[in-house]
Design a protein around this ligand. Structure first.
Ligand code: F6R
Length: 620
């Protein structure tokens, strides 16, 4: 059976320090992503290559290391998250080659590993684990022995035979200075220190040591040797430029800042993160919008026949709001596609289409594949990402970062509001350039964007009420979320938040769809969360609420401040501040994020690392 790995963590070090503590600290910073086993390989001063690995947490690995010889100054470490098959000590990384001379860590999937394994078996190789990664380390060893070449040449030759995705790092017995690393469709950053190097699948995990990074590109192989310049080549052996980028990230941005969970911190941080997202992009004095990615590619947007959003999960929900925003302000037809469906159905893409890929992590495999398809069809591809330097950010023609800082909680919160804010600015700007948005409306929305931090701060004042309400509903087994217009995607997103962190089944629906079937589910055991803020469909949503009430359903309504009408029908009302209708999803989602959070904590769930989920899904 193939063991697929989603977003495992990679950390490496070569320099003067002891490698193990550096690696363990880096792996701890990657823990939030979810994983089931961990391991390290260290090359000792005497050249011995020691591998320690076990099922469980990084703390189990630390215990496992006690009393063992792990004093070397070069090493690689890994956290593994298997989606099929049992996680165990043997399947954990690093994997040693047959001779024990090479140790390898790997993120991704080698899709043709069975063919490669059979070929290696015919040369007498045997395998201890069920992983594709062990096949890869042996393939590299086989090439090295048969071609009598350097390790980096063996890596290059072996990788040419590989179909799939990988970020790999290798160290070797007897070499106390050099790591060889390579990547394809899986992230890898090299941290540059003073005569020392760090390696990680996520630069944020090593910012304790450096803020200077080189991001390996697809098909690149790096030789990372203590005290020597970084050497990067492509799979053909041609030199590649080494471009160092600065990451301005503070440790406090990565820590919980006094909150019990990263998710709660990230919910409460939204006034600030939206401030960061807007800063410099909406000029307060003139309300002019400056999105350089759009302005530099003005013609592509002005001539767009169509805009297609590609995204997954929460980012897909944000895109549904983007569809309303763009159609309304720019009068350009918009389609919103699940990236995973788009990539496999031979989509019709015109060269004058604009594809907008939305992704917090910038590493989601399906979204990245959709980007590649769109680019090869000649369309202009724009990215809306959070993680700077991520694969989607680099793989698109242009784009806008949402700049909301690292999102650690697996359930996306501040990225959603950042994405919708960027889409609002984009729609306003393109609408202005096209002349499809009326000046009064433009100024009202731009002003409301500027006021978002304070509006969201007010919406967060519902936290106490929502926490109390959550107690009442902690034992519900199912929930329905309803919304209309701009708030239909908010209902989908509220339901997703509850599902993923509380494991309660929840369904988001357009309110008017209830009578076409789902209303049959309503009884006293089925709570409904209805978004009924003052907007174009307010009265219609009110009728939908009354229909549910008449069937004995319990209603929690999110309403505009001072609402009187819904209060008469709903069992509980959460009042949120008002803003322009197109920004209401940003306000209404706040109590829904909080409701999911509190219900999940009352149920004792692991809010930041819910079961079966990983933060970035870098394989399909
Ligand atoms: C839900 C969640 C996921 C992600 C999805 C896409 O809370 O986090 O649904 O939104 O996996 O991830 P990105 O945005 O990184 O492409």
């Amino acid at each position: 059976m193939q063991f697929r790995e989603i977003m495992c963590g990679i950390v490496g070090y070569t320099g003067e320090r002891r490698a193990c503590p550096v690696i363990i600290k880096g792996l701890q910073r990657l823990e939030y992503r979810g994983y089931d086993s961990a391991g390290v390989a260290v090359c000792q001063e005497n050249g011995a290559l020691n591998v320690y690995k076990c099922k469980g947490k990084v703390s189990d690995l630390e215990r496992h290391l006690e009393g063992k010889d792990s004093s070397g100054t070069i090493g690689i470490g890994h956290t593994r998250w298997a989606t099929h098959g049992e996680p165990n000590d043997v399947n954990a990384h690093p994997h040693l080659s047959r001779s024990g001379n090479l140790a390898l860590i790997h993120n991704g999937i080698i899709e043709n590993f069975r063919v490669l394994r059979d070929a290696l078996r015919s040369h007498g190789f045997t395998f201890r684990s069920s992983t594709d990664s062990e096949v890869l380390v042996n393939l590299i060893e086989f090439v090295r022995e048969s071609e009598n070449c350097s390790l980096e040449d063996a890596v290059r030759i072996a990788l040419k035979q590989v179909v799939g995705a990988y970020a790999i790092a290798l160290i070797e017995k007897g070499n106390t200075t050099r790591i060889v690393a390579a990547r394809k469709s899986s992230p890898m950053a090299i941290g540059i220190g003073d005569g020392e190097y760090f390696l990680s699948s996520d630069a944020a995990s090593i910012i304790d040591y450096t803020q200077s990074f080189v991001y390996l590109k697809d098909g690149e192989v790096a030789v990372i040797e203590k005290g020597k310049p970084l050497h990067i080549t492509n799979l053909e052996g041609r030199e590649a430029p080494v471009s160092i980028q600065k990451l301005n990230l503070s440790i406090s941005q990565l820590e919980k800042g006094g909150f019990d969970h990263f998710m709660l911190k990230e919910i409460h941080e939204q006034p600030d993160t939206l401030g960061d997202c807007i800063r410099g992009r909406v000029i307060p004095e003139t309300r002019e919008i400056v999105l350089s990615g759009v302005l530099e590619n003005k013609e592509r947007f002005l001539k767009a026949r169509r805009i297609i959003f590609v995204a997954c999960g929460t980012s897909w929900h944000a895109a549904l709001i983007g569809e309303h925003l763009i159609e309304n302000m720019c009068r350009i037809p918009v389609e919103v596609e699940y990236a995973s469906e788009f990539r496999y159905r031979d989509p019709i893409i015109y060269p004058d289409d604009v594809i907008i890929a939305v992704s917090q992590s910038g590493e989601t495999a399906d979204t990245l594949a959709a980007v590649e398809i769109a680019r090869s069809a000649g369309a202009f591809v724009y990215g809306i990402c959070n993680v700077v330097g991520s694969s989607i950010a680099r793989g698109t023609d242009s784009g806008t970062y949402i700049h909301v800082g690292p999102e650690i909680g697996v359930a996306s919160t501040k990225a959603f509001t950042g994405q919708v804010t960027v889409m609002t600015m984009l729609a306003l700007l393109v609408g202005r350039l096209k002349g499809t948005v009326d000046s009064g409306y433009y100024h009202r929305v731009a002003q409301a964007v500027l006021e978002l931090p304070s509006t969201i701060r007010k919406a967060l004042e519902t936290a106490g009420q929502v926490a109390a309400l959550a107690r009442t509903f902690t034992y519900a087994h199912n929930f329905i979320y309803l919304g209309r217009g701009y708030n239909y995607p908010t209902a989908l997103e509220g339901a997703l938040k509850l599902k993923e962190i509380s494991y309660i089944h929840a369904e988001g629906l357009p309110a008017a769809e209830m009578k076409h079937g789902p209303i049959a589910l309503i009884d006293a055991e089925m709570p409904t969360v209805a978004i009924a803020t003052l907007d174009a469909t307010y009265e219609k949503t009110l009728s939908n609420i009354e229909e549910i009430k008449a069937r004995g359903g319990k209603i929690i309504a999110v309403v505009s401040d001072g609402d009187e009408l819904v209060r008469r029908s709903a069992d509980y009302c959460i009042e949120v501040p008002s803003t322009v209708e197109c920004l209401m999803p940003l306000v209404s989602i706040i109590p829904l994020q909080l409701l999911a959070y509190y219900i999940a904590t009352y149920k004792g769930r692991n809010v930041d690392q819910p079961r079966n989920l990983a933060k970035s899904v870098t394989v399909e």
